[in-house]
Ligand binder design. Sequence first.
Ligand code: F6P
Length: 553
Amino acid sequence: MSETPASGRIPLDRTPQWAALGKHRAEFGEQHLRELFAADPERGKRYTLRVGDLQVDYSKQLVNDRTLELLRELAAATGVAELRDAMFRGEKINITEDRAVLHTALRAPREAVIEVDGENVVPAVHAVLDKMGAFSDRVRSGEWTGHTGKRIRTVVNIGIGGSDLGPAMAYEVLRSYSDRGIDVRFVSNVDGADLHEALQGLDAAETLFIVASKTFTTIETITNAESAKAWLLTELRADTDAVAKHFVALSTNAQGVSDFGIDVANMFEFWDWVGGRYSYDSAIGLSLMIAIGREQFREMLDGFHLVDEHFRTAPFEQNVPVLLGLLGVWYGAFFDAQSHVVLPYSHYLSKFAAYLQQLDMESNGKSVDRDGNPVGWQTGPVVWGTPGTNGQHAYYQLLHQGTKVIPADFIGFAEPVADLLPGLVAQHDLLMANFFAQTQALAFGKTAEEVAAEGVPAELVPHKTFRGNHPTTTILAGELSPSVLGQLIALYEHKVFVQGAIWNIDSFDQWGVELGKVLAKRIEPVLLTGEGAEALDSSTAALVAEYRALRGR
Ligand code: F6P
């Protein structure tokens, strides 16, 4: 265990700042956004912040100046700034794993100095980025060839969790910035169907597998990588010599990589101070770098860095990740909000919510504080969402007229992507008209009087009334470029950080994923032989027996 002292903090819900917020919430009552906007014609302008290319309008949130002041006082009292500074300094703030938390070093400029255990880690970060750059140049130019001398046309990233979701999401986002002559596919699930489908139509001679695993022990990844290796060797009718030209690894575990049969010369390294869910701008981004090229990858990292610097230096009144974090704390604690929906109005962000789910829920899905005591307050929300406008025709009904408080982030872009077919460009205004309309409808609704004035029969008025007052944040940027993607991700990373700091939880461990892994290991042999079934609980034993019978065992 860490020598870092336990936080020793008084429980959050016993602080005077928490009590003040509770009192304020009661006074705030059911004030409607209609009233808040009517009382302050400048509200839209006053409650808008800017960071980099992102304009962040939080005027449609259920807050007033006093709320924001009290929330900032809570942030001050709970040491958000101190923990943030400790993170940037490379201190071991991941207490249960005794690790530094330095994803910010992955995007630091070459000349920066960031020390872990007295050693500047920035030169190593850039050495790996340079190695990735040289390798991706060779793959993109066709200089790197497979075992039979053919150039690479398909890259298959095999990884799961943070070793999949980041690059898979970002590849989708930046497709229009990618080399369309190289297809990148992602395999994560231990269900053989995933690899089966990814391999369809592939020529093994033109395929490069990237095995991405921080630990290089993750059963899904190692199993899929072994299967991919067997497929490759069968297809090429080659022996293991062929592996070197078709397999590279991204890992912190050189021994594991070499045991698997990948030459460590073809390994791209990262470090234990990079959490899996914070890793896609490390070596884990190699598949993305091959797709978009090293320059645009750097632009993305610079976007991350811009927001890192903002988070590190901006006063809390102007600090966007601090603000977003505080708003989430406000709704979880004082409105009993259980979930948070993220609604990007860009089809390229179709995997964004899935990415944020790991970032947020694996980080802040905790129920004991940093001292190991049960928390008495809400921690991380359920994060979900899909791109607009699809959701409008599915679950927005619940957002508009359901009974739950679900704060929403709307993310949109002024420009469509540069290479959109000219005939499709006109659709962008329609997309964005929906984007603006939805936050308006959610905030202001439609009163029963307005509905009745339209001549709606009295018995239908309640059904056609929109209460409104649903809180939203609108994030608007010029275009969805590599830099803007980096800015967006860093914004959410730091928002999650702020919340974890206030809730006094360790946002950087993930012990909750372990038990299921251990039990699966125990159950797998029972499925094969039936032996040991008697030790299972009666529900699982019956289900396993049925499974075995269905499999003819
Ligand atoms: O089991 C959860 C987890 O450890 C995630 O935190 C991580 O991103 C994922 O598994 C994959 O881990 P690895 O990169 O070590 O294969």
